[in-house]
Design a protein around this ligand. Sequence first.
Ligand code: AHR
Length: 507
Amino acid sequence: ATVTISVDGANPIGPVNRRLFGGFVEHMGRGVYGGIYDPAHPTADAEGFRSDVVELVCELGMTVFRYPGGNFVSGYRWEDGVGPRESRPRRLNLAWHSTETNDVGLHEFAEWVEKVGGELMLATNLGTRGVLEAVDLLEYARIPHGTERAEQRRRNGRDQPFDVRMWCLGNELDGPWQLGQLTADEYGSLAARTAKAMRMLEPDLELVACGSSGPLMPTFGEWERTVLRYAYDDADVISAHFYAEPAGDDLASFLAAGAVMDAYLGDVIDHADAVRDERGSDKTLAISVDEWNVWYQSRMAATLPTGDDWPEAPPLSEDEYTAADAVVVGDMLITMLGRADRVTTACMAQVVNVIAPIAAPADGPARRRATFHPFRLTARHARGTSLSTSVDGPVSVTAQHGEVPAISAAAVRGETGGVVVYVVNRLPDRAVEATIDLRGEFGRGLGGLRVLDAVTMSAGHSAGATGDATAETGDAAAPRPNHTAAAHGDGVRLILPAASWSMVRLG
Ligand code: AHR
């Protein structure tokens, strides 16, 4: 099959916000303890952070870090995690049936974020707490000095306020699994009241209202509209969470995840804009996809501790990722680049060990999982302006999602010239010959540019089925040079193997 991917430089989608390459760190499993923090590990630095993990997070190029949950935050008392370690309480982490030592809290996490050169984004507990606790935390974090909370922070060793602009107003409060689940009316009212109170302290915060936990929630849509009828004026951003999971050997359906995510984001935008229009507001909300990834969630159920067993940092969701998973991760990034005008923040869930691109075994060095690679290459090179692309090519027929476009693509014009194009072939068993037509960007030729780099990772050359133990994982799945890529007339021609993700850089 052949396909033409046309890049339309005259119609930019919008600037690519660096926050699109964020990560989410939760007190879940070995994400924090054993992941970012492990004083017993040979690479631990003076503060107990694993230097091997810090190095890989820097290499990955993550920009903003959402913390401390997730489901965990809905049972969290932030005060437990500040002050002298020896007086911090041990608590039940009800969300993940484990014990929380509170050895890591706001100060330690902020220090870690500084080490990896990122931005801190915090979530408040609106599940089992409310307005007062959120405002207390904000006072603790942001007031320079002279109030009880500010002085408490200073006594705890942090003279200057923490630099936190983005705050999530709770987490997934639509979910029956959530501690303190709320109805849309209850949550909308609480989110609006919390936001108003927080803005009394600091007017120009960026506040994220919880959208649905995913497109399959029975209340999806209704939830967004109801919540926003309360909170539209008070929030700046609405969240969307999206996880994909392979189902058996149905690779075609799994590879359609990017298309499913795109339709979901389109719906979230429509719901938000409908409330804007209803209210005659001149403000348009941004979207934060503050949790997204491939997650083998159904495997996790069997590993969750139960009964009287409340372990510290049990291994949870430490699945190895295959090349097929990495292709889907790359496709989700393509999807978000294609919506760069509205999706301004996204956090891969999560960062280390748990649902993560980095594995940090207790008895060995940290290493990359397969999903590390497309994330790193997108975070590194997709800097500048996202351009419209149109694809003229085949469809992929899937059992779960019907027909979806077989090829997805995103193009980004660099800040200092150059263009990078990301392409996914969603067909599980068929290579496609693609022409990236750049006339819409350069007129004729390649604007004096040449192909700097063309790489491809493919699940086609592995066992073919996801979840297959023989499929390539880790660095073995890393992209390889695509020697078929060559300048051709007013574009670039290359072969996209079955089930593949590719990057072509012109400079
Ligand atoms: O990332 C794992 C969990 O997924 C988070 O705690 C929750 O917000 C979501 O359901």
